[in-house]
Design a protein around this ligand. Structure first.
Ligand code: AMP
Ligand code: GLY
Length: 427
């Protein structure tokens, strides 16, 4: 069986890792991949957004199943093109990927289907004065979101009217996010603790992986600017069985039913970003149409069933026929980032100690390159070091044991991954 994984970050390395463990022994290709995926798959030098190139490759190499990592090719219609060509693929169509591709779409959808989320209103450049008046008449903090894909940067949380006015100006009038920010969603601030739930669905049936928690800020104690994610762990204790039941009944099921009833059934990975308030009520912060990165690096290794069977069943719309189990264990992942991240990043810095990492720790490559036989940095987030154990503390101990073997100039990491989870376990 030939499987093509699209993308080249830590998430795609984790996808290859899960697929490579399958009893079906698939032949893996990864486009474009990275030095980590190269150990498990044949890397193919085609960009994740080059839909024509990917389609031609899939045909020429008799690819039986394609799994899409990042959002951009999904929003651009890769799945529509592959399915029209008769190829099996895991991911939502362009229409369904609008749940991530347009925040305005997602908010209108949630309102229409009674799915709990922050109250919001949408404004365009022509409504600038109205937007300012609306924000000034509301409460603070207020959340402003560029409508379209902005690589995780299009969200401003403003504490007062001055900063909100400045942000509205940047987004609506000064085109800070280009077309993506031409429409802005103004949203109520939701207090609480964040977590992510991943539903794998064939459009009708779904299965859930372990609920996870990301660490978006660069600094310990959730300080400093937002990043793509500095670490993750699963399962996240904030998602108690009661919270999870509410997430399924109030969010996951109505989302899938709503998308189906609108004629755009959602297939693939539905990432539900949640805010859980003190009373345990979940609300949607955002939908993403793909796995999180670095959440994939913890939730995929905890999959106890065969990943090939699972993804194949999603693509062929027969998820109801497979048994899916999640290991009763914990996983924790610590991201090692390069100097300057998230504002900038350094490239070509030699990475030391990869051979000295304990055998039970998995090092996923995110932004690395091979240079004259050495592994060097090649991006902001460089490595995602994942440990496992019977509980969160044990998993964190293993992850940090792996981290302590590795070094490179300017290496940044957070030492407090999982602390919120540990506090909850301690009660
Ligand atoms: P998003 O790209 O929509 O996930 O937003 C980025 C981050 O901003 C989220 O992970 C939250 O930490 C925060 N955020 C977004 N919307 C809200 C909200 N309505 N209330 C509180 N925090 C939010
Ligand atoms: N780690 C957050 C994301 O993948 O969107």
């Amino acid at each position: 069986m030939n499987i093509l994984v699209i993308g080249g970050g830590g998430r795609e390395h984790a996808l290859c890792y899960a697929l490579a463990r399958s009893a079906r022994r698939p032949t893996l290709f990864c486009a474009p991949g990275n030095p980590g995926t190269a150990a498990l798959a044949e890397n193919v030098s085609i960009a994740a957004t080059d839909i024509n190139g990917l389609l031609a490759f899939a045909r020429e190499h008799a690819i039986d199943l394609t799994i899409v990592g990042p959002e951009a090719p999904l929003v651009a219609g890769l799945v529509d093109r592959f399915e029209a060509a008769g190829l099996a693929v895991v991911g939502p169509t362009a229409a369904a990927a609008q749940l991530e591709g347009s925040k305005q779409f997602a908010k209108a959808f949630m309102e229409q289907h009674g799915i709990p989320t922050a109250a919001s209103r949408t404004f365009e450049a022509a409504d600038f004065d109205e937007a300012v008046a609306y924000v000034e008449g509301g409460t603070f903090p207020v959340v402003l979101k560029a409508d379209g894909l902005a690589a995780g940067k299009g969200v401003h949380i403003c504490d007062n009217a001055d900063s909100a006015r400045a942000s509205l100006r940047e987004m609506l009038l000064d085109d800070a996010y280009g077309e993506a920010g031409a429409t802005v969603v103004v949203e109520e601030f939701m207090p609480g603790e964040e977590a992510s739930v991943f539903a794998l669905t064939d459009g009708t049936d779904y299965v859930l992986l372990a609920p996870a928690q990301d660490h978006k800020r660069i600094g310990e104690g959730d300080t400093g600017p937002n990043t793509g994610g500095m670490g993750a762990y699963a399962p996240a204790p904030v998602v108690t069985p009661g919270v999870l039941a509410a997430v399924e009944a109030q969010i996951v099921r109505p989302t899938l039913d709503g998308m189906a009833s609108e004629g755009t059934p959602y297939r693939g990975i539905l990432y539900v970003g949640l805010m859980i308030d003190a009373a345990g009520n979940p609300r949607v912060v955002e939908y993403n149409c793909r796995f999180g990165d670095p959440e994939a690096q913890v939730v995929l290794p905890l999959l106890a069933s065969d990943a090939v069977d699972l993804f194949e069943a999603i693509a062929h719309r027969r998820l109801g026929e497979v048994e899916v189990a999640v290991a009763d264990e914990a996983a924790a992942c610590v991201v090692l980032a390069s100097a300057g991240y998230p504002a900038s990043s350094t490239k070509g810095v030699p990475i030391h100690g990869l051979d000295a990492v304990p055998d039970d720790v998995v090092v996923f490559h995110a932004g690395t390159a091979e240079q004259g036989g050495d592994t060097v940095t090649a991006g902001g987030r460089v490595l995602a070091v994942t440990g496992f154990g019977p509980d969160l503390q044990a998993a964190l101990d293993r992850a940090y044991a792996g981290v302590d073997a590795i070094s490179f100039d300017g290496m940044q990491l957070r030492r407090d991954i999982g602390q919120k989870g540990l506090k909850r376990v301690a009660g």
